[in-house]
Design a protein around this ligand. Structure first.
Ligand code: FEO
Length: 395
């Protein structure tokens, strides 16, 4: 694939991975993107996962027709990108490794002390690298998504190499090499963003502010398709996510249910909200549905209803994991409501509220639902009241 006349795609697709980063299901596979900039000097942008070393080096050789690359720019040291770096440095003995000081420190840790000391070029924010007609400038992007990250801007072709930012789950031979109008890029990009970068909204904001000063025509991430159209949309949605603003009006009802009674209450609430015309109602079973999808839904919508049972004087484990996943990612700016169940000493509501008490700008609904084992007239009335309160918020 040609990004521009001088920039080629040399990345790979992974269809064998079971869990990306040991954590995320990737039903469409995963792409480890790498790019080659051809000029008087040639530069490779990042390596790929170690399982694809031979394929990747083969692509570079094919593009360069027997010439060795001059530089490899290491924007990010996470092994999905650095796993083939050592093999590259062994294969191309004349190449110089270009990275931040922190990246070289990490290299030594990953490669038993080897950080290519005699072939290093340390760069920092504002430094440039002249390839001939292309001058690359480096942008520090700490914690998007590791501390050593740099992004790279090519002013000639107006390309931003954005490291992990603007990434999306999915192999390019399944989802397409470039973004398409009819592809729901945001769905898997949002799951990726909130799962992987979500904790670092302030740092993502800082990088977006730097990017605002650049004239960008294409964004080349380390994952997912090249963004080469409608850049305002993609930059705007990243701005929304990293500010922790809700993207859509609607209610997510996240629940666990042991014997079905809490589930029944959740289904009744969802039906009432839909009948009342709430814009979107999403229901997720935290024990059975993808947790990362539930997390992205919670950040996406403006209201989250938490429904669970008391368990060991605490909350059911999947709800505990869910709330922890939200709070460690700075969950904030939401309307929240609670449905608790408990057969002899209900604690779930109190525990859930306690877990969320450090979150900024949460508005708790006045109405709560208290189920003692199974729904009855009293708890059904509480459900009616909560549904009415939530529906009124969208009127
Ligand atoms: Fe794609 Fe943070 O590694």
């Amino acid at each position: 694939m040609e990004i521009t006349k001088d920039i080629k795609y040399v990345g790979v697709n992974d269809h064998d991975i079971d869990l990306f980063e040991g954590h995320y299901i990737v039903p469409e596979g995963m792409a480890y993107n790498s790019y080659l900039i051809c000029d008087d000097k040639t530069a490779v942008m990042d390596s790929v996962d170690e399982h694809f070393t031979d394929e990747w080096i083969g692509k570079i050789k094919q593009e360069l027709g027997g010439n060795d690359p001059d530089y490899i720019i290491i924007q990010h040291m996470e092994p999905d990108h650095s796993g083939s770096l050592k093999a590259f440095m062994n294969e191309f003995k004349g190449a110089t490794a270009v990275a931040s000081q922190k990246a070289f420190t990490m290299m030594a840790n990953f490669f038993e002390g080897d950080c290519f000391e005699d072939r290093q070029l340390v760069v920092k924010e504002g430094d440039t690298l002249d390839l001939g007609s292309h001058t690359l400038s480096f942008i520090a992007a700490p914690m998007v998504h590791w501390p050593e990250v740099i992004m790279t801007y090519d002013a000639k072709d107006k390309v931003l190499f954005s490291a992990d930012a603007f990434g999306r789950f999915g192999a390019l031979d399944m989802i397409g090499e470039t973004v398409k109008e009819d592809d729901d890029w945001a769905c898997e990009a949002r799951r990726y963003y909130f799962g992987i970068v979500g904790k670092y909204g302030a740092q993502a904001q800082a990088v977006l502010k730097k990017a605002a000063d650049l004239d960008i025509e294409q964004i080349c991430s380390l994952h997912g398709p090249i963004i080469n159209e409608d850049l305002g949309y993609y930059l705007g949605i990243y701005d929304t996510w990293s500010k922790y603003e809700s993207e859509s009006e609607g209610v997510v009802i996240a629940y666990t249910s042991v014997y079905g009674h809490t589930k029944k209450a959740v289904e009744m609430l969802a039906e009432k909200l839909e009948k009342a015309g709430v814009p979107r109602v999403e229901v997720t079973d935290l024990a059975r549905d993808d947790m990362a999808e539930a997390v992205e839904d919670a950040f996406r919508h403006d209201t989250v209803v938490f429904a669970t049972t008391t368990f060991n004087n605490d909350v059911f484990p999947f709800m505990k994991e869910f709330i922890h996943s939200l709070t460690e990612r700075n969950f904030q700016n939401k309307r929240v409501a609670f449905i608790e169940n408990g057969s002899w000493a209900p604690q779930a509501g109190k525990v859930m509220k306690g877990m969320l008490e450090g979150c900024k700008n949460l508005t708790c609904c006045e109405n709560e639902v208290h189920i003692v084992s199974a729904l009855n007239d009293a708890s059904r009335a509480e459900l009616d009241a909560l549904a009415a309160e939530l529906a009124a918020a969208y009127k």
